[in-house]
Design a protein around this ligand. Sequence first.
Ligand SMILES: Nc1ncnc2c1ncn2[C@@H]1O[C@H](COP(=O)(O)OP(=O)(O)OP(=O)(O)O)[C@@H](O)[C@H]1O
Length: 281
Amino acid sequence: MTLSGSQRPDTAAGVDSVVVRGVEKIFDTASGRMTALTEVSLTVGAGEFVSLLGPSGCGKSTLLRLIADLDEPTAGTIEVFGKTARQARLDQDYGIAFQQAGLLPWRTVTANVELPLELHGTGSAARKARARELLDLVGLSEFGDRYPDQLSGGMQQRAAIARALAERPSLLLMDEPFGALDEMTREYMQTELVRICAETRAAVVFVTHSIPEAVFLSDRVVVMSPRPGRVEAVVPMHLGATADRADDLREDAAFFEMVTAVREALHTGSQAGRRPGSRTP
Ligand SMILES: Nc1ncnc2c1ncn2[C@@H]1O[C@H](COP(=O)(O)OP(=O)(O)OP(=O)(O)O)[C@@H](O)[C@H]1O
């Protein structure tokens, strides 16, 4: 099933999805001020898949929360589709999926997927049609009447992704969405996500701890360093179009080369990665 381009918001047309410029984030804590992010600059192009990778506490989730306008930077600016992060949130320009699927247990899968549409006043018939389309897209058409606790973890995550796509966002913000899944399911979900992104042409900012996951999914991997969190390197993945990536890529020599490149950038910070904010050639 394909979502046609005409169904997507105008915001995608040639405009960068996310532009982060000189962002700093300082938290006031009981033990004093803590700089979580400093001098972070990054551009995510239309339809581009960018992963944020780095050690625990380097500020990956904080950066994603700033892009989602769930918190505000102390300094610097963030634009989403050329708007302020606040305006993009109000305009529902992106979908969000986090580690816990976050489905409401008392609603069926269909009712969960319909929820964002319901909250924004979409009529019942249009909601149901859209939910059917999305459940088809994520391979859950047979499970719309089930409740979340009747699904496996991977199926719950697919339902959560369907919900995140409900309003046809041109951008998905994902924070370790597959972190709680077993390795087999995780790889399956990665392949599914590549397929879904190819069909919807959504850009993605994806937080992960997993180097192979970042490599498999991304156009570029942003390697962050801790205390304070900053962009250490931006490594372009020379693996062809993300849309063409299939399971056998994981056994390809080029894949291992990219894993090594990212690992070196992560461990030494000396990888000749691209400058923050630079784009895939
Ligand atoms: N609301 C907050 N108040 C105070 N400190 C915070 C807050 N949120 C995050 N931090 C701190 O900011 C730093 C970055 O946290 P963040 O969760 O962004 O890191 P992360 O890279 O996503 O970590 P992990 O990989 O473990 O999830 C950490 O030191 C964390 O303790």
